[in-house]
Design a protein around this ligand. Structure first.
Ligand SMILES: [Zn+2]
Length: 282
C-alpha cells in the first residue's frame, strides 16, 4: 500500500467546476442549494479520518437531503460534473495524475483507471466530489472494494493520503513446494503494532483480495524464472541462485517494502528447495 500526497485542491473549487456547465437552471439551483451540505460533510470527514474514526460518522449527515435521492446528487456532481464535463474533468485528471507512473496505490501493481470513493458515493453523496475522499486506483481494486462501509475502528481500510504502514515489513509469503510451485500471501505484522492497525491492514488485505491477486502475480514471476534458475543451478549452483534472488529482493523492496515482488524474491531466496531448482525438476 503506497502513500500518496494529498493533492492541494479545494473541494469548493471542484464543486464550482462541476456545476459550471449545467444548462438546466433547476438542477443548477438544486446543486447550489446542496453546496452547504458538501462543505459541512468535508469538515466532518476530515476531522474523523485524522483520528481514524470514520466508523463514527452518521450517514444522515452525508445524505442527499432535501432531494431524497443520492443518484440525483451523484449523477449531476460526480458522473456528469467531475467525470464528464470539461471544467470538472480538469480536476478529475489532476486527481488521477497524482499516482506516479499510473501505479495503483492499493495493490501496488495495477494501472490507475478510476477514482475510488473511500466512503462510497451512494451512501455518502455529500462526499461524492470531496477531494480527501477521492484517490486513483486500478479497476480491480475499485471493483473489489465496492460499497464497503466501516462499521467499527478495525473495519477501516487504508487510505493512501492518511495512513502509512510501510515503515515496517508486514507482508509475508509461504512457498508451497508443489508442481507447479506457488506462493501464499498473508499479513504478519511486527509485534509493536497496536491491534487496531493490525486488524485494519488485515481488513484492507481481505477487502481488496490481495492474497489471491498477489499469488497470481507471484506465480507468473516463478514461471518466468524457470530458464534463469535452471541455468544458474548448473553454472554457479544453489548459492549463486540465492545470491541472485536476494539481489532482486533487495532491489524490489527498496522500491516498495511490502510489494509482492520483493516478498516473492526473498521467499524464493530463503528456500533451499527452490534455489536447488526443485520447482523446475521434471
Ligand atoms: Zn490496485
Amino acid at each position: 500500500m503506497l502513500i500518496l500526497k494529498r493533492p492541494p485542491l479545494k473541494t469548493n473549487d471542484v464543486f464550482k467546476a462541476c456545476i459550471a456547465g449545467l444548462v438546466d437552471a433547476g438542477i443548477k439551483r438544486d446543486m447550489q442549494e446542496y453546496a452547504p451540505r458538501i462543505s459541512s460533510a468535508e469538515e466532518k470527514f476530515e476531522a474523523a479520518i485524522a483520528v481514524h474514526e470514520l466508523h463514527k460518522l452518521d450517514t444522515n449527515d452525508f445524505a442527499a437531503d432535501p432531494f431524497n435521492d443520492p443518484t440525483y446528487i451523484v449523477n449531476n456532481l460526480y458522473t456528469c460534473g467531475l467525470v464528464g464535463r470539461r471544467a470538472g474533468r480538469e480536476y478529475y485528471d489532476k486527481l488521477m495524475s497524482i499516482s506516479k507512473l499510473d501505479r495503483c496505490p492499493v495493490c501496488g501493481f495495477g494501472v490507475v483507471k478510476t477514482l475510488e470513493h473511500h466512503l462510497p458515493k451512494q451512501k455518502y453523496p455529500a462526499l461524492c466530489i470531496t477531494v480527501g475522499n477521492l484517490f486513483p486506483v486500478c479497476s480491480d481494486c475499485n471493483k473489489e472494494k465496492r460499497d464497503t462501509v466501516p462499521q467499527s475502528a478495525v473495519d477501516q481500510t487504508f487510505h493512501p493520503y492518511y495512513d502509512t504502514v510501510d515503515d515496517d515489513e508486514w507482508l509475508h509469503a509461504e512457498l508451497i513446494e508443489d508442481s507447479p510451485a506457488f506462493l501464499r500471501f498473508s499479513v504478519e505484522p511486527p509485534e509493536s503494532w497496536d491491534h487496531v492497525t493490525v486488524a485494519r491492514v488485515k481488513r484492507s488485505f481481505e477487502v481488496y483480495k490481495l492474497s489471491r491477486r498477489y499469488s497470481v502475480q507471484a506465480n507468473r514471476v516463478i514461471s518466468g524464472l524457470r530458464g534463469k534458475v535452471t541455468r544458474l543451478v548448473e553454472s554457479v549452483g544453489p548459492i549463486g541462485v540465492r545470491n541472485d534472488l536476494s539481489e532482486m529482493a533487495l532491489s524490489h523492496r527498496s522500491d516498495m517494502r511490502n510489494g509482492y515482488e520483493g516478498v516473492t524474491y526473498s521467499t524464493l531466496a530463503n528456500s533451499d528447495w527452490f534455489c536447488s531448482g526443485g520447482a523446475y525438476s521434471p
